[in-house]
Design a protein around this ligand. Structure first.
Ligand SMILES: [Zn+2]
Length: 172
């Protein structure tokens, strides 16, 4: 298992649409393990493969707060098949947009269909933080970032800030 470097805004890879996983190969298992390691190391509650530069529809999530009770789930090709009318606002962050947070309104509950590492298609109903996290990560698979759900003013401001930081790093 390897901790892989994170792709950071404004890297254009974050805007790619990721490709579906056809079969669970050794390569996919290794990718998932690396993603889990990278997610815990960051630390974060969720990660999409594109955030480590792999444009595949793979997501890892662990919303358990307790480090001793780690319980990661690997979602292959996750899709939302149902979402509640009721919404919920959560102050979101993203490992690809470090130290920036913003309130995003999303459905409070969702049902997702995905393939697990055994190659089975399963469904899961989620609420609260897990529902928010699933929607945030599935957005990543479609090249969408949480800042896209903010006002244009806020989004422009954060884009500018990260573009400037990237330029500064490149010059250093
Ligand atoms: Zn994110």
């Amino acid at each position: 298992m390897t901790i892989r470097p994170l792709v950071i805004l404004p890297d254009a890879q974050l805007r790619l649409t990721s490709e579906p996983v056809q079969t669970v190969t050794a390569e996919i298992r290794e990718l998932a393990q690396d993603m889990i390691e990278t997610m815990y190391d960051a630390p974060g509650v969720g990660l999409a493969a594109i955030q480590i530069g792999v444009p595949k529809r793979v997501v890892t999530i662990d919303t358990s707060k307790d480090e001793d009770a780690r319980n990661p789930t690997v979602y292959l090709n996750p899709e939302i098949v149902w979402a509640s009318e009721e919404k919920r606002v959560y102050d979101e962050g993203c490992l690809s947009i470090p130290e920036f947070y913003g309130e995003v309104e999303r459905p409070d509950r969702v049902r997702v269909r995905y393939m697990n590492l055994d190659g089975q298609i399963v469904e899961q109903e989620a609420d609260g933080l897990l529902a928010t996290c699933l929607q945030h990560e599935i957005d990543h698979l479609n090249g969408v970032l949480f800042i896209d759900h903010l006002s244009k003013l806020k989004r422009d401001r954060v884009m500018k800030k990260f573009a400037k930081a990237a330029k500064r790093d490149a010059a250093a």
